[in-house]
Design a protein around this ligand. Structure first.
Ligand SMILES: O=c1ccn([C@@H]2O[C@H](COP(=O)(O)O)[C@@H](O)[C@H]2O)c(=O)[nH]1
Length: 275
């Protein structure tokens, strides 16, 4: 089964929302947990139990596990496996980007069945050239997994480089979109994009035929009601996957409250995107 088909089945079943697991130190403290590996493990396990059966896609932010070193990576492995066992697609937010030969190793780490970190998809940065991501895209396509490439990020700092005009006459971000659409022309939906929900993006996403992760809902100020204005004319709403982390995680540490917060955001997103 292709990643596009797996994505479509997941959102048909659970609705369009990606919930982030971002164990910020402030959130651990707010949940009454120590900022230690034990606190991280309790936080992550609560998220797995509460969100794993609810969200179509779960996006662990690798940085917040990495900060605890190898013990944090062990928790990340358990988190990825637990979410996948609960039926969610796991998008590892690792934002890897390097020369092709190194990307081959990153691909094995995040997308190979033999890896303890094996996820359903991984985020990647195209700034060493979209072509440098070929090993990752190839492995993803061969295993029914996905690669979400940064196109127009949710943070204001990305603007200068992403809207710069390339020698082909299109913006850097549009050139990433066009490269992704070229891969997805086979109907696989292997390559997704990251396009923030926080502002007008000025992109033509109509030919992508793959998922569009739209971070920025909640803590970064975007609301579900903003989504039609941002994606309505430029993308097929079926592929738009809004993402929220802190705004949902702040409902913890009670697992039921977390699940309610995720469902409520999902319902708002669904009603905003359904014409
Ligand atoms: O353009 C981007 C790409 C990735 N992110 C990541 O998404 C979450 C957002 O968390 P919130 O708490 O909902 O703000 C976080 O892991 C970012 O690294 C992004 O925000 N923007």
């Amino acid at each position: 089964m292709t990643f596009g088909a797996r994505y479509s089945a997941a959102v048909a079943d659970r609705g369009r929302l990606c919930v982030g697991i971002d164990p910020h130190a402030e959130l651990l403290e707010q949940w009454g947990l120590p900022v230690t590996v034990d606190g991280l493990r309790t936080f992550a396990q609560t998220c797995v139990d509460a969100l794993g059966p609810v969200a179509a896609v779960i996006k662990p932010q690798v940085a917040f596990f990495e900060v605890f070193g190898s013990a944090g990576f062990a928790v990340l492995e358990e988190t990825i496996a637990g979410c996948r066992e609960a039926g969610a697609l796991v998008l590892a937010d690792a934002k890897r980007g390097d020369i092709g030969s190194t990307m081959a190793a990153y691909s094995s780490a995040w997308l190979d069945d033999a890896s303890p970190l094996c996820s359903d998809a991984v985020t990647a940065s195209p700034y060493l050239g979209v072509g440098a991501l070929d090993p990752t895209i190839r492995l993803a396509a061969a295993t029914g997994r996905g690669v979400f490439v940064l196109a127009r990020t949710s943070n204001p700092d990305g603007q200068g480089v992403q809207t710069a005009v390339t020698s082909f006459g299109t913006s850097v971000a549009q050139s990433v979109v066009d490269a992704a659409a070229a891969v997805n022309a086979d109907g696989s939906g292997t390559v997704g994009l990251v396009v923030g929900a926080t502002r007008e993006h000025g992109l033509d996403l109509s030919r992508l035929a793959g998922p569009i992760l739209a971070p920025g809902v909640g803590a970064q100020g975007a609301t579900p009601a903003d989504l039609p204005g941002i994606f309505g004319d430029s993308a097929d709403p079926a592929w738009v996957l809004p993402a929220a982390s802190r705004s949902i995680l702040r409902a913890g540490p009670d697992g039921s409250a977390l699940a309610v917060a995720a469902r409520s955001t999902r319902d708002e997103v669904e009603s905003a995107l359904t014409v």
